[in-house]
Design a protein around this ligand. Structure first.
Ligand code: PLP
Length: 439
């Protein structure tokens, strides 16, 4: 009997006792290759000695100082560091405890920006149907994932959703990827005009979609068109890089590969690599100036914002990624993962799509490859694969299909940036065996 309320009431979880590199060891000594970083969190793997050293050093100086009274050197250093490497135009950092908190803050920043600049009518948020932006009420309202939202819908602010950019499911036959991307982005303009062009405050999207659909990259040019539409109608662009950011796709920020900058960039997971809970919003100078010249403060805050221990973890993880040139390894091991997945699953009748970028890739499972019909949701193929993989000492991140039954289950693979060729091959071997056993 446990007094701890777990995510799943019925689950019988192994007890994680120790982590080292890409491996987690349970209390009984079983070894798991962490091929998903939990949910794309563990960018550096487990027990990295240099992160532990930085955390101990921080603990020896100061563990907590309330941000209403003090700033700390470590939080200032992390902010400097994040801005040094930020997409163009972003020049302030707001540090919080995780992805949902960061998304809440970004939504409030967008709203306050319009209040401060004399456009209080702007209140609508547009996102995409196939999306997840966090579990707190504001972030949950922005996301379009029906499974996670439905029972809480009376508590959620009204938001609006357009189609995702999901070529495998929505590109028309004979349509080029570029034309498909332009068509998908065009839905944003239609929605803005429908709601009233001076009523919309923000569009929220993940550059490479994570949890709801498994490493779905955008069509070429999609985000450039989105950026143009936002600019045309004065709508703020919030990019959610909680999962796909901080190096996971091979560049520090996934939006770099789209050639655009957002007005607000939301990051978390890989920022601290799981060593401490941390998330952040990077905001543009224009938004900061509106606060500075207006009320003089951002009307928001949390007890643990700018936490020194979390900042120390973030700074250490980011220093090591830079020092050890790990983004090059993400690119190289990402290419190897693509090859191994293609070899193992390319002809597999149960795998409809293989996709992703860097060390952020997925397979989408289908019952019929020709029609792309997904497995019956009641079969819960994603849960079967997870169980079979764990039995084989492999952590991957499978999810059920979520939009109105037309999407397949998928398995997300997001190993630490330190993964080797052998790790990648072991991941794909064990995943293949798990898929065989599950079907
Ligand atoms: N946004 C995205 C894209 C996510 O994948 C997640 C978490 O999975 C969140 C936001 C919420 O982050 P957190 O769980 O740290 O609150």
């Amino acid at each position: 009997m446990t007094h701890l309320l777990h995510r799943s009431i019925q689950s019988d979880l192994p007890v994680a006792a120790r982590g080292e590199g890409v491996f987690i060891y349970d209390r009984d000594g079983k070894v798991y290759l962490d091929a998903s970083g939990g949910a794309a969190v563990s960018s550096l793997g487990h027990g990295h000695p240099d992160v532990l050293k930085a955390l101990h050093a921080q603990l020896d100086t100061i563990a907590y100082a309330h941000t209403g009274f003090f700033t700390t050197e470590v939080a200032e250093k992390l902010a400097d560091r994040l801005i040094e490497d930020a997409p163009e135009g972003l020049d302030k950092v707001y540090l919080v405890s995780g992805g949902s908190e960061a998304m809440e803050a970004a939504l409030k920043m967008a709203r306050q920006y319009f209040v401060e600049t004399g456009q209080p009518g702007r209140r609508h948020v547009i996102a995409r149907r196939q999306s997840y932006h966090g579990n707190t009420l504001g972030a949950l309202a922005a996301g379009g994932n029906a499974l996670r939202r439905t029972q809480f819908s009376p508590l959620l602010i009204e938001t609006h959703h357009i189609a995702p950019c999901y070529a495998y499911r929505h590109q028309h036959e004979g349509e080029s990827l570029e034309n498909y991307g332009a068509r998908a982005a065009g839905e944003l303009e239609d929605k803005i005009l429908e709601l009233g062009e001076d009523q919309v405050m923000a569009f929220v999207a993940e550059p490479v979609v994570g949890a709801t659909s498994g490493a779905v990259p955008p069509a070429p040019g999609y985000f450039r068109k989105i950026r143009e539409i936002c600019d045309r109608y004065g709508v703020l662009l919030i990019l959610d890089e909680v999962m796909c950011g901080m190096g996971r796709t091979g560049t520090l920020h996934a939006c770099e590969q789209e050639g655009i900058s957002p007005d607000l960039l939301v990051i978390a997971k890989g920022l601290g690599g799981g060593y401490q809970p941390i998330g952040a919003v990077l905001l543009s100078g224009r938004i900061f100036e509106a606060f500075e010249q207006g009320s003089g403060f951002f009307q928001h805050g949390h007890t643990y914002m700018g936490h020194p221990m979390a900042a120390a973890a973030g700074l250490a993880v980011q220093d090591i990624i830079r020092r050890d040139n790990l983004l090059a390894n993400v690119m190289a091991m990402g290419a190897h993962l693509t090859d191994c997945l293609a070899q193992r699953f390319g002809q597999d009748p149960r795998v409809g799509d293989i996709r992703g970028r860097g060390l952020f890739q997925a397979i989408e499972l289908v019952e019929n490859k020709e029609t792309k019909a997904p497995f019956d949701p009641a079969f819960k193929i994603h849960a079967r694969i997870k169980r079979e993989a764990m039995q084989r000492g492999l952590m991957v991140y499978p999810m059920g299909g979520t939009i109105d039954g037309r999407e397949g289950d998928h398995v997300l693979i997001a190993p630490p940036f330190i993964a080797t060729k052998t790790d990648i091959e072991t991941i794909v071997d064990r995943l293949g065996a798990a898929v065989d056993a599950a079907t």
